[in-house]
Design a protein around this ligand. Structure first.
Ligand SMILES: [Zn+2]
Length: 125
């Protein structure tokens, strides 16, 4: 039961991390082809140019709560923002499953490594 809860927590964290990465990828998708900075200005509505508040900038959640629209002017955001965040979150979960990042598998790898004499000593390299 505890292992299942940790595994679910791990995959939830991977999904959240993936959706944050997806949010950044959306910034790259919009700004890099235009030669714009990835840092400044911060997230803003492309229609009214008003900054997007932190609570309106949560991957997936904010898109869903605001129904894909700018809080300030009501202009629609591209559905691409939602899909890139969702698919990147799912991608990290898939990577976790492919590489078997469950606590059982990690424990098994740790034991196998101990049987082989432990990790290589970096100071001798
Ligand atoms: Zn707006």
């Amino acid at each position: 039961m505890l292992i299942a809860a940790w595994t679910a927590f791990l995959f939830l964290m991977l999904f959240l991390l993936g959706s944050v990465v997806g949010s950044f990828l959306n910034v790259c998708i919009v700004r890099l082809p235009q030669g714009r900075s990835l840092i400044r200005p911060g997230s803003h509505c492309e229609h009214c140019r008003k900054p997007i508040r932190m609570e309106d900038n949560l991957p997936l959640v904010s898109y869903w709560l605001l129904r894909g629209r700018c809080r300030a002017c009501g202009a629609p955001f591209s559905i691409r923002y939602f899909w890139v965040e969702l698919l990147t979150g799912m991608e990290l979960d898939a990577e976790g499953a492919i590489h078997d990042l469950t606590p059982d598998a990690l424990q098994e790898r740790r034991q196998r490594l101990r049987q082989l004499g432990g990790p290589p000593d970096a100071s001798k390299l």
